[in-house]
Each structure stands twice: as C-alpha cells, then as structure tokens.
Design a protein around this ligand. Structure first.
Ligand SMILES: *Cc1c(COP(=O)(O)O)cnc(C)c1O
Length: 226
C-alpha cells in the first residue's frame, strides 16, 4: 500500500507538478485548472479539499452529485461543478440545474435535451464535447473524424457554443497519443479548451496542452467501492 497524503498536502503536490509540467512546455501554469474528481469519496476528504481552497470539482453521476453538492453550494458561492460522466437525456434538467460545466456532450439527442433544459431553468452550463479518441465500442464520445462536424452542428443547429473537448484514453495505450490527437482535433474544430489527464497521466496531459486535468484518487486517495 502506498501511503495516502491528506488532501491538502496531495493538492499542493499536484499543483506544483502541474506548474512544473506547464513550465517545461513553455506554458503559463495559470492556464491549467485542477478539477478534483470527488465521486465516491468520503465526506471528510471533500471537506478537507474545500478547506485547502479547492473550488472546482468533478462528478460522474447527476444524483450522487446533487446529494453531495446541493447544500454545499449555498455555503460556497465560488464553487464550480463539472459533470465528467455520461448524461442520460432524462437527467438533462437536473444536470443543467446543478452543473456549471458539462463535459460529456456526445450526441444530438442530448444537445436537444440540453437546449430545452436551458430554456426551462434559465441556466447555461459551459459545454465540452467528449471525443472517443480510442474509438472504443464501450466508451461514449464522438469519433475523432466526426468531431469538427459535430462541433459545427452544435453551433449552427442548436446555438450551443462549445468551449472544449474532453477525452478518456484507452487504458492499454500510451495516453500521450490520445492527448496529442485531442489537441489537434480542438484546433481543427476551433475549440479552445482541453479536458484531459487523470491521476496517472495529468503531467503528460499538461505538457500536451490540457487546460484542465481531472484528478481523483491522487488527490483524495482510493475511492469507496460503489
Ligand atoms: C473517475 C474519473 C476521473 C478521475 O480518475 P482518477 O484516476 O482517480 O484520477 C477522471 N475523469 C473521469 C471522466 C472519471 O470518471
């Protein structure tokens, strides 16, 4: 067993590694946001991260996130909540009501549901398109070859501005290939932000242009099993 640092120490370490990786690539560390992926983490660790100043959190399930964050929102008006897991259309209203950023837009049916939910709630979360860079059957996301066209249709047919692209590389392949691909697709699609890199590879992602990294276990320790 590796020893688990308390969240405030782990956070300092991760932020310093992000800064070093950014500088090594000639980037400004201030361009990179640490998204603390708090899914399935005990309450005490989340409180510790908040106390350490962490304000951007990622969740992969709408209901779990509601239970965890609805109250805390009232106490911290500077929180930013990001949905990083798949979204079913029947949860679009709840997702738009809770999240500031939805990173997993990947189909037109969902775009339609999001537009309706935005009209209903008067909220407009920032949107990322998830790209299935490894073209894996079991994984969500638009295919790389369809990304620029999909982003264009979001703008033209739905009036949705896409802020960034997001990917989860296949576990058995070098993540760097997928990060470089996502960066190229973003340039082609005219999209600014890149959500890529997790606990095992966030430094690589930063060197390849990530503007946000999604870090769970390296920050909080191992997750509770579901
Ligand atoms: C769980 C999760 C993460 C965090 O994973 P770690 O390996 O614990 O850092 C990042 N992104 C997504 C989409 C996730 O579901």
């Amino acid at each position: 067993m590796t020893q688990v640092l308390p969240p405030h120490e782990a956070r300092e370490l991760i932020l310093s590694r992000i800064a070093a990786a950014a500088k090594s690539a000639g980037r400004d560390p201030g361009e990179v946001t640490l998204v603390a992926v708090s899914k399935k983490q005990p309450e005490a660790r989340i409180e510790a991260a908040l106390a350490a100043g962490q304000r951007v959190f990622g969740e992969n399930r709408v209901q779990e996130a509601e239970a965890r964050w609805a109250q805390r929102r009232a106490a911290h008006d500077d929180l930013e909540l990001r949905l990083v897991g798949p979204l079913q259309t029947n949860k679009a209203d709840a997702a738009v009501a809770l999240f500031d950023v939805i990173e997993t837009l990947d189909r037109e049916k969902l775009a339609k549901a999001l537009v309706k939910a935005m009209e209903k709630t008067g909220r407009s979360p920032r949107l990322y398109v998830q790209v299935n860079t490894g073209e894996e059957d079991q994984k969500a996301g638009v295919a790389p070859a369809e990304t620029a066209g999909f982003v264009e249709r979001m703008r033209r047919d739905y009036g949705l501005a896409i802020e960034g692209l997001m990917c989860i590389p296949p576990v058995e392949e070098p993540a760097s290939l997928h990060f470089a691909l996502l960066a190229r697709l973003a340039r082609e699609a005219g999209v600014e932000k890149l959500s890529m890199g997790m606990s095992a590879d966030y430094e690589t992602a930063v060197r390849l242009g990530a503007t946000s990294v999604r870090v769970g276990s390296a920050l909080f320790g191992p997750r509770e099993s579901a």
